[in-house]
Design a protein around this ligand. Structure first.
Ligand code: COA
Length: 98
């Protein structure tokens, strides 16, 4: 297995996502592919906002989100970085099925 991406409903049309790439395969675009595919799937299902909760020191995940979803709104909550990505299922979304 190269990696995994998952999402769970978080209420109000939102879903919380996570991405993981096998250590030996990191830095080769696997995480980007997985996150793009996951956001597309969530948008297809009508999710309005995808939420990623990221440890501040997790530079790889921060760069991944910044690259795949530059429109994400990020803030700090309870010592974590929270990235909110608007999807095609909501009013401001860009990650559509096309
Ligand atoms: C975050 C993670 C999924 C990224 O996966 P990946 O397959 O390496 O992602 P990509 O190859 O598509 O790279 C995406 C960006 O992250 C950057 N990146 C990858 N590994 C990095 C590292 N160790 N340090 C800093 N940046 C890193 C890449 O350079 C790329 O940014 P760029 O295009 O601006 O250069 C992976 O590091 C991982 O599984 N980490 C452990 C699990 C985790 O913390 N998941 C997040 C929980 S929400």
């Amino acid at each position: 297995m190269l990696g995994l991406a998952s999402a769970a409903p978080a209420g109000d049309g939102q879903a919380e996502f996570a991405v993981w790439t096998e250590d030996a395969c990191q830095g080769r675009g696997v995480g980007s592919l997985l996150l793009r595919a996951l956001l597309r799937r969530l948008a297809e299902q009508g999710t309005a906002v995808a939420i990623g909760i990221i440890e501040p020191g997790n530079q790889a995940m921060r760069r991944l989100v910044a690259k795949v979803a530059p429109e994400a709104a990020t803030g700090h909550e309870d010592g974590m970085i929270v990235a909110r990505i608007p999807l095609a299922g909501g009013p401001d979304g860009k990650h559509s099925t096309s």
